[in-house]
Design a protein around this ligand. Structure first.
Ligand code: KIV
Ligand code: ZN
Length: 511
């Protein structure tokens, strides 16, 4: 019998700490549902004490998710722990994750506390968290640069205080695999009550070693890995979930444990996170990059055709690449549409949302004869974005773009239901459309990112546009998709503007 390796996903918490990756409550719930579908064991949904927006998001995820444990982060302070406890009240299974720094540099320069004070506060925090739940995780922040003797001391004390999971973070991504694996082995050997807790790791990718360090830890007895979809996270990111999971699954000859992840949900999860955050996946990214299973060299292609395993160690379909199957067309009915969404694990929140998505599907099928699963996923994301949109709605857009002429756009936007028209010239059709929209919305926002990706192949493919705007310290991402990329651009711009104008409070968790 193999041990279970617990997958703790922190895309919604550490992942969101990537500058520019902030997500709305609804987006977090959508991603959490996908993580649940993927059978992630623990979803860290946020840091409830960081802001009211974070509190509401953790609460919404706790209320929506039934099969995964939902976790809230808290500093080792009673008020933080109480906020986390409150936010998690609706969870079927909730966990409080509390942390305090243990490296000499963090204790002395950041916390200005002595090691004895740090141990005392950690123990108090764990006991306080146990008043809310039996499921308490403790992290000695910057463990990768902490004194192993001190780690043994504090970890023994927090196990006695009731922590069931000990998470060892390499907060600044400083460790090397052999060294980090050795640290985990040392802690497990030297802490007298180590057998009463699960050892977890949380590795950052500053030296590109987050996955390697996590796997080294697993080989030395860690049984929980904290990771994120697409490796999103603070600075260079966290260990990428898809790489950790597939390394362990593919190398079962080496690992004495396995995860319960449904790996066919990996690519849909990667796409969803990329689209919500605007962090595109590089084509050569392992597992989820567009080229991860593409063979360019003739020798490789020949080998794969003769015997797939000559050059492939995993099957593309096992991680959710669907080979662009044509699934539906313009004659498909509402029931077929609904059941295909159900097969893709997509649930729409209401009949109205289903009708809206079906109407969009019909419009799309008129423009594009073959509709793929990826199109359906984009269409549903677009519908979700529309449902979130309150103030500004695109009614129509006309752009004129001609060699030697200045591009010109005419746009009609409904502002709280009342239609307004505006025109503008621009450097290109997208620029003209954005200027026309802005002359109505007058946002004063700064455009930080504009990116277009094709959803499937071919010139009739839908383009998915992501726009990132910032204003007064707030950063939001908007998405839109359409077969016409100028219209997709206008939709994504309005989606971002609606978020900027929404009342939902959102502060960067580190603020
Ligand atoms: O990187 C880190 O140390 C963290 C902790 C809060 C676990 O994110
Ligand atoms: Zn971290």
């Amino acid at each position: 019998m193999k041990d279970k390796l617990i997958i703790f996903d922190t895309t919604l918490r550490d992942g969101e700490q990537s500058p520019g990756a902030s997500m709305t409550r609804e987006e977090k719930v959508r991603i959490a549902r996908q993580l649940e579908r993927m059978r992630v064991d623990v979803i860290e949904a946020g840091f409830p004490a960081a802001s009211n927006g974070d509190f509401e998001s953790v609460k919404a995820v706790a209320d929506a998710v039934r099969d995964s444990t939902v976790c809230g982060l808290a500093r080792a302070l009673e008020r933080d722990i109480d906020r986390a406890g409150e936010a998690l009240k609706g969870a079927r299974s909730g966990r409080i994750h509390t942390f305090i720094a243990t490296s000499p540099i963090h204790m002395e320069k950041k916390l200005r506390m002595s090691p004895d004070q740090v141990v005392e506060q950690a123990v108090k925090a764990v006991k306080w968290a146990r008043k809310w739940t039996d499921n308490v995780e403790f992290s000695p922040e910057d463990a990768g640069r902490s004194d192993p003797d001190f780690l043994c001391r504090i970890l023994e004390a927090v196990i006695d205080a009731g922590a069931g999971t000990l998470n060892i973070p390499d907060t600044v991504g400083y460790n090397l695999p052999q060294q980090f694996g050795h640290l985990i082995a040392t802690l497990r050997e030297r802490i007298p009550n180590a057998d009463k807790a699960v050892f977890s790791v949380h590795c950052h990718n500053d030296l590109g070693l987050a996955v390697a360090n996590s796997l080294a830890a697993v080989l030395n007895g860690a049984r929980q890995v904290e990771c994120t979809i697409n490796g999103l996270g603070e600075r260079a990111g966290n260990a990428s979930l898809e790489e950790v999971v597939m390394a362990v699954r593919t190398r079962q000859d080496v690992f004495s444990c396995d995860t319960q992840i449904d790996t066919t949900q990996i690519v849909p999860a990667s796409r969803l996170v990329a689209s919500v955050t605007g962090f595109a996946v590089q084509p050569n990214k392992a597992i989820v990059g567009a080229n991860a299973f593409a063979h360019e060299s003739g020798i490789h292609q020949d080998g794969v055709l003769k015997h797939r395993e000559t050059y492939e160690i995993m099957r593309a379909e096992d991680v959710g690449w669907s080979a662009n199957k044509m699934v539906m067309g313009k004659h498909s009915g509402r029931n077929a549409f609904k059941s295909r969404l159900a097969e893709l694990g997509i649930e729409l929140p209401s009949e109205d949302a289903l009708n809206g998505a079906f109407a969009r599907f019909k419009e799309l099928a008129d423009k594009k004869h073959e509709i793929f699963d990826e199109d359906l996923q984009a269409l549903v994301s677009d519908e979700a974005a529309t449902l979130e949109q309150e103030q500004f709605k695109l009614v129509s857009l006309k752009v004129c773009s001609e060699t030697g002429e200045t591009p010109h756009a005419t746009v009609v936007v409904a502002v709280n239901g009342a239609e307004q028209q505006a025109e503008a010239d621009g450097g290109g059709p997208v620029d003209a459309a954005f200027k026309a929209i802005d002359s109505i919305v007058k946002s004063g926002a700064e455009l930080q990112l504009y990116s277009v990706n094709n959803i499937t192949s071919g010139t009739d493919a839908q383009g998915e546009v992501t726009v990132r705007l910032s204003k007064g310290g707030r950063i939001v991402n908007g998405q839109g998709s359409d077969t016409d990329i100028v219209i997709a651009s206008a939709k994504s711009y309005l989606h971002a503007l609606n978020k900027l104008h929404s009342k939902l409070e959102r502060a960067h968790p580190q603020v």
